[in-house]
Design a protein around this ligand. Structure first.
Ligand SMILES: [Zn+2]
Ligand SMILES: [Zn+2]
Length: 736
């Protein structure tokens, strides 16, 4: 027996994932004496046996969610007579916070085992599965700091909790039918319906065409069967919006979408995101789009629900009043006026909407990064505590500490008071989880004068006496792309809807030479007037009218209306938005002339872009980096007048591809020329338009042809959900 001891300090995802029990079991197996201690930032293990053997054995047994980033080994003089798990202590907060993780196989088996005491128990979980981020109120991760603090363990659960050889040993959120939370069912008036089996009762009503609300770990969903979708749409005032569908299992998923092995793995991953997949059936859930968002059950209640249902798929969407965050309080949810509610009595400290992923090649584009992924730390080079508040829509917040950047879950549109609160609270929560002392060194926001999120930024800056920095929207997008790819400089096509420009115009098609300390705008589309400002986003016919007016063609509006519009054109805001040009094209081709949800005309155009061929050769004139969109529309119009009307589907697709290719390749060529002149090796794409797969493919092909490196997003959302990351890193560099 070796007479000296060793202290091993483990960093990584080592809390709330069954790490300490595993250490305990390995120590017992090897006959090591000493202890394991959760310090709040790391796990400390002291043993009196060979550390290399210990680490080797530990790695073999490592729980699936645990990730060891580093191990520090130091000599220790102490002696021990047994091995103990010591009580957690509050230390520096550098430990990574675990994410919500789908029910594991062992728990799933128990869920349907009649002899098990957790048979059909909708809150079963263990050390490797269950709600984490959505129920954690503070670190260290212990039961009394989670939403389970209101449910003391019963005798039997305590035994499991205290038995190092049980798979629920020190699992903080365990419970059973005797001691845990429970579900109840309520009718449309919010009256409790007496039932011995509320889940079964709920399933029957959903099968019969009711619209229901179901509460799970980190939020509530509205749900109904696919047969009920038409009435659901009119009830929810969402005539066209695509809804995600939860399917019973992979087999059911394959009925609705074409699914490769990789995508099936993504669906089945313990993060359980909604995955956008090529649509198989003509479904009314995503009208005009060629993909459908599918996801699999992830909480026990979802499994029990599908077990009881006749249907194998349900429309599932976050339960919220449009424009506001997802509802979390039982008392608030009845305002939705659904037919039936399946609710439980556990609180939701941190709501998390479902994450949405669009796979591309071997990549994942996060349309929404939330449940199952948050908080995913992104290493940064600065130590400063920076808070960033994002832009105005699809907002996330950012907090940096200990050279890691954490983004909040998806928050939504900050025009609602509730979302602003959500933004502030989510940032405060991350501050609490990641910093010993809540001291903020800087606060970052957008330069847009109208964004409500700036109020949150200003109040943080005031409270912490921290400097406040503002950054241009597309620079922030581009900076987030650099961070995502671990690069320090690149030429970035920052393409999206609208962002406020330094020249007070609305930008959205910026080719920029980007670094973390400066940027310069190389190229962009010609500015066009957004007729009537915000109205032009909802009614793309106005943009078409404004563009065609510049070459004396009158489209969509004539007579008095046209006269009036011509008058207000001169007062309308000018914009270089790429997104609005796509909207205009979508409308001109009669694909979508009315926006009923964000991005609708451009998203519907995407299907045509993936179907069409480059049949017409358009080429916009380019003058000092400004690509003439109006000129391009004039060419489109000239070519299309010789085609039969209304356009055939094939003509629409070919015109769309020819037009977009001309537009994209002009901007990309400007980027390439600049990169080659300045010996830069990287060209990338960011912003909401970079979710559009055919457009990303066009840019990629052109960049690859020049043997340059092509950068896309991997972990940070391409769209406005990534802005807080860009703002954070730009502010972090200001302090270096
Ligand atoms: Zn489990
Ligand atoms: Zn119990």
């Amino acid at each position: 027996m070796n007479h000296s001891s060793y202290k091993l300090i483990f960093k990584g995802v080592v809390q709330g994932v069954g790490f300490r029990p595993t250490v305990y079991r390995v120590a017992n197996r090897l006959g090591s004496h000493g202890f394991v201690l959760n310090t709040g930032s790391e796990v400390e293990v002291v043993i009196d046996t060979d550390p290399d053997e210990f680490i080797f054995e530990l790695r073999k047994d490592l729980p699936s969610l645990a990730r060891i980033f580093s191990i520090e080994i130091v000599r220790d003089k102490r002696r021990f007579s047994d091995f103990k798990i010591k009580k957690s202590k509050q230390g520096s907060k550098q430990s990574l916070i675990p994410v919500d993780t789908a029910l594991c196989d062992a728990c799933l088996t128990e869920l349907f085992d009649e002899k098990n005491r957790r048979y059909h128990y909708p809150f079963t979980n263990c050390t490797v599965c269950g709600a984490r981020y959505s129920v954690i109120k503070n670190v260290p991760y212990d039961r009394n700091q989670t939403a389970m603090d209101e449910f003391p363990l019963c005798e039997e659960c305590t035994k499991e909790y205290e038995n190092p050889f049980d798979r629920r040993y020190h699992a903080q959120t365990i419970s059973c039918p005797h001691c845990g939370p429970h579900y109840s069912i309520f009718d449309e008036k919010g009256q409790n319906i007496k039932s011995n089996n509320p889940i079964y009762e709920f399933a029957q009503r959903i099968d019969n065409g009711n619209i229901g609300v179901i509460k799970s770990w980190g939020g509530m969903h509205l749900c109904c069967t696919l047969d009920t979708i038409s009435s659901f749409r009119s009830w929810y005032h969402r005539p066209q919006k695509s809804f995600a569908v939860m399917v019973k299992d992979s087999r059911a998923a394959k009925e609705f979408a074409i699914i490769s092995k990789e995508k099936e793995d993504l669906l089945n991953s313990s993060n359980r995101p909604i995955v956008l997949l090529p649509k198989k059936k003509k479904l009314n859930v995503a009208p005009g789009l060629d993909y459908i968002g599918l996801f699999l059950p992830y909480t026990p209640v979802h499994y029990l629900l599908f077990d009881a249902l006749e249907h194998n798929a349900l429309v599932m969407t976050s339960a919220n009043i449009p424009g506001e965050p997802m509802i979390t309080e039982n008392s608030d949810v009845f305002n939705l006026h659904a037919d039936v509610y399946l609710l439980h009595n556990r609180k939701i400290p941190n709501r998390c909407d479902d994450s949405v992923i669009k796979p591309w090649r071997n990549n994942t584009f996060f349309i929404r990064k939330s449940r199952g992924y948050v908080p995913d730390p992104i290493p940064v080079s600065y130590d400063a505590h920076v808070v960033s508040v994002g832009p105005g829509e699809n907002v996330t917040g950012g907090v940096s500490a200990h050279k890691n950047l954490y983004l909040t879950q998806y928050l939504g549109k900050t025009t609602s008071y509730e979302t602003l609160n959500f933004l502030e609270n989510s940032i405060r929560h991350l501050i609490k989880l990641t910093m010993e002392k809540g001291e903020i060194d800087a606060v970052a926001m957008d330069i847009h004068p109208g964004y409500e999120s700036k109020r949150v930024a200003k109040s943080f800056a005031e409270e912490f006496h921290a400097p406040l920095f503002s950054f241009q929207h597309h620079w922030a997008h581009a900076a987030s792309l650099l961070l995502d790819n671990n690069e320090s400089r690149a030429v970035v096509l920052s393409l999206d809807g609208l962002g406020y420009g330094e020249d007070e115009l609305l930008w959205g098609s910026e080719v920029i030479d980007t670094s973390f300390t400066s940027y310069s705008r190389i190229s962009h589309l010609k500015a066009i007037p957004l007729l009537g400002g915000d109205k032009a986003a909802i009614d793309p016919r106005r943009i078409v009218f404004a563009i065609f007016d510049q070459f004396d063609e009158e489209l969509f509006f004539t007579g008095k209306k046209a006269e009036l519009f011509r008058k207000i054109l001169s007062e309308s805001p000018l914009s270089t938005s790429f997104g609005r040009v796509l909207d205009a094209l979508s409308c001109y081709l009669d694909i979508c002339c009315k926006r009923t949800y964000d991005g609708e005309p451009a998203m519907k155009l995407e299907r045509y872009l993936s179907l069409g061929k480059k049949r017409f050769s358009f080429r916009p004139s380019v003058n000092q980096g400004v690509v003439d969109t109006v000129d391009l529309f004039q060419q489109l119009h000239k070519h299309s007048t010789i085609l039969s009307k209304p356009f055939t589907e094939k003509d629409k697709a070919d015109l769309a591809v020819s037009f977009v290719d001309a537009l994209v390749s002009s901007l990309t060529q400007e980027a390439i020329n600049y990169a080659q002149d300045h010996s830069l090796k990287h060209i990338g794409v960011s912003g909401g338009v970079s979710y559009n797969i055919p457009i990303v493919e066009m840019i990629r092909a052109q960049v690859k042809k020049e043997k340059l490196q092509f950068l896309v997003h991997r972990r940070i959302p391409n769209g406005d959900g990534g802005i807080s990351a860009g703002q954070n890193v730009l502010a972090g560099y200001k302090l270096l």
